[in-house]
Design a protein around this ligand. Structure first.
Ligand code: WTA
Length: 649
């Protein structure tokens, strides 16, 4: 296979970057030959209250998976993101906030952010929150979302941020799983000129009888819209913080104390509460942020991810703030009021580094040159991509149109579970190939294995695994370590299984080919097929449902659902509409099926297992080459599904 164009490193960038090719090679070598020494040195990049003496205690053996880093050290993550910058950069802007309305923005300095976090940390304490308690955050993209996260970190509470697009049911499930004691939300969010009823969703979630632990709901007033008020439980953010003292000591936390839980979809079951701890996570977040984005003092950095996803945690909040950076947080959408919004924001705030997702790039690309109309984007130095494979056409468009052929693109591969970027170019060190995430970050040992778990060398394709731990790695699944072990350490023994497939070329560059399990990646959002299926079959007319992904021009993957209705129920376009609405209500708009096809029968093996491989091919219109269908209980269902494709929509 040809590797398309290659873009060599620009000499002027290499010269002033944190790492050029030689530095990358030396540091990488050191990091894998002597990880203890490497991370002992780089562990110093954060401020420790009690310095660590141990660096790495790791076992990937599935009998006793244990992962700890810096485990006898203590620190506070919020103090590292705020207090330690006050002397040198108290008046520097920490967060630039850009509202949904283009006329709305503000700048918050490190000193102001510190004060807000201290006040809100005291507010949390006044509501009974203590070290080790879990707090659910269901917020729009406002500065207060960052304040809430950092306030939890300051007092040692564990935050669990739930994406503001999730439904009441999804919120309830995530509250029940981690027994959270308090919910922080806003009256309403604003996106693309529309209001989102956040408080109402929380109210509804809390009517679920299985939610037993939530004592208080703190409500930030964003729009002043009408909300129902439950005075025994609901408290206003502004009332609490007015009363609260601006002084709040930072709790001394062990490096391995949990910092947050973040729910993510897997191939089976309900979403997993991925747990990240304090010390290793922060070291890794700050180091990757510095090197991958070549972050320098004074740079304005914009990550477009929502705080509800891991990218929003690591590269909107923790990484940039730990580095004393200026991070831009945008409440709205990249294409509202029109498709030039992203470029307008770049010009308005003189953004130097832009980190976004392929789905946003493809959506803009479809608009021709409108996305850059009237803008010059000359402040940009570097572009980043994350969340899904970027197709070379979108890469080239991003490079030429947004970046004016001036800015290197870092295509960063990583996962909720990895905490930070794992495979990526470094702008001063790595020649770029459009579509390739290129090479491993310091301390990361990727490998490809065949389906038996044998490591395969050279230019080849296989399952992507990681052979040893890195400080940002997730430590467990909240409340279910066994599930953590089962999911990540049993498929291939002694290694971390990523669930992704990849190809490695002659230059040792990695090309991520996508998930090898039943996880979809829709517009950069991870969706479990099992979750959508179980939402579907909860509808009274649905007997069975099978969900697969299919190639989608903008979303990367679309959601394709085969539905078998109960006997006696007639299919109709109205019912399709109703089922779409149903899934939106059950999970959230991001799970809305793109295509529903009625399936009087589904292809199953004689033991009753649905053969998704075949369903995927039919969805992708690759019907010529269905592979072996001889194990099917009733091969004629396949012919019927193929014949009936015309009726899907
Ligand atoms: C996919 C997002 C190709 C991959 C940070 C992974 C990517 C999943 C890339 C994790 C990339 C993420 N190239 N694929 N640069 N980045 N992925 O947990 O399938 O939301 O396993 O973390 O997204 O999604 P998650």
């Amino acid at each position: 296979m040809s590797d398309n164009n290659s873009y060599p490193v620009r000499a002027d960038i290499a010269q002033q970057a944190w790492a050029d090719e030689t530095t990358y090679r030396e540091m990488y070598q050191q990091s894998v030959v002597n990880p203890e020494g490497f991370w002992r040195e780089h562990g110093q990049r954060v401020d420790w209250i009690k310095p660590f003496t141990r660096v790495k205690d790791v076992s990937f053996d599935y009998h006793r998976v244990e992962i700890s880093w810096f485990k006898d050290g203590t620190l506070n993550v919020a103090a590292n993101c705020l207090d330690r910058h006050l002397d040198t950069r108290g008046d520097q802007t920490a967060i630039i906030w850009e509202g949904d309305d283009p006329a709305d923005d503000k700048q918050v300095s490190y000193r102001e952010l510190h004060e807000q976090v201290c006040r809100f940390a005291n507010a949390l304490k006044s509501q009974g929150i203590r070290k080790g308690d879990v707090v659910t955050i269901y917020m729009p993209m406002v500065v207060e979302a960052a304040v809430a996260m950092l306030a939890c970190a300051r007092i040692g509470a564990i935050h669990s941020v739930v994406f503001g697009g999730f439904s009441p049911d999804a919120i309830a499930g995530r509250i029940i799983d981690c027994n959270s004691k308090l919910v922080i939300t806003a009256d309403e969010g604003v996106r693309g000129g529309r209001r989102v009823a956040l408080k109402k969703n929380v109210d509804e979630a809390l009517t679920n009888p299985a939610v037993k632990t939530v004592e208080k709901v703190i409500v930030f007033q964003r729009t002043g819209g009408d909300v129902e008020w439950h005075s025994h439980r609901d408290v206003w953010w502004h009332e609490l913080t007015q009363l609260a003292s601006p002084h709040c000591p930072a709790e001394e936390m062990n490096a391995e104390d949990p910092l947050f839980i973040l729910y993510t979809s897997g191939s089976t079951g309900t979403p997993k509460g991925v747990v990240h701890t304090s010390g290793g996570y922060l070291v890794y977040a700050s180091m990757t942020h510095q090197y991958v984005f070549d972050y320098k003092d004074g740079d304005v950095y914009w990550c477009t991810a929502d705080v509800g996803w891991i990218t929003g945690h690591t590269y909107l909040i923790y990484g940039p703030l730990a580095n004393g950076g200026t991070t831009l947080m945008c409440e709205g959408l990249p294409n509202w009021p029109d498709s030039s919004r992203m470029s307008q924001i770049v010009d308005k705030h003189q953004v130097n580094i832009l980190y976004t997702a392929p789905t946003a790039i493809r959506a803009l690309m479809a608009e021709g040159n409108a996305p850059i109309a009237g803008t010059n984007r000359s402040s940009l130095k570097l572009l980043g991509s994350v969340g899904e494979p970027i197709n070379p056409e979108a890469w080239e468009w991003y490079y030429k149109t947004i970046g004016d052929e001036r800015c290197p693109i870092v295509d960063t591969w990583w996962q909720t579970e990895t905490g930070g970027i794992m495979i990526t170019p470094l702008p001063g060190a790595t020649a770029l190939k459009p579509g390739s995430a290129t090479r491993p970050f310091f301390g990361v040992l990727p490998a490809l294995v065949d389906n038996m778990g044998n490591i395969i060398e050279g230019a080849t394709e296989g399952n992507l695994v990681i052979l040893d731990s890195w400080p940002g790695q997730s430590r467990t699944v909240y409340g279910d370590h066994e599930r953590f072990v089962q999911t990540y350490f049993t498929t291939f023994k002694g290694m971390y299984t990523t669930g992704d497939g990849a190809r490695r070329d002659e230059d040792g560059y990695y090309w991520i080919t996508g998930r090898v399990d039943d996880v979809l990646n829709v517009s950069g959002h991870r969706m479990g097929t099992a979750e959508i299926e179980s939402a579907m079959v909860a509808h009274e007319h649905v007997a069975e449902a099978a969900v697969v992904g299919y190639p989608h021009d903008i979303k990367g993957q679309g959601i394709y659902v085969y539905v078998t209705l109960n006997a006696g129920i007639d299919d109709s376009e109205e019912l399709k509409k109703e089922l779409r609405q149903w899934v939106r209500r059950e999970i959230g708009p991001i799970a809305t099926p793109d295509i529903i096809q009625w399936a009087p029968g589904l292809p199953k093996t004689r033991s009753g297992k649905i053969m998704r491989r075949i369903l995927r091919k039919i969805a992708a219109d690759e019907c010529e080459n269905l592979g072996d269908t001889s194990t099917l209980a009733d091969p004629s269902v396949v012919d019927n599904l193929i014949a009936d494709r015309a009726n899907r929509r």
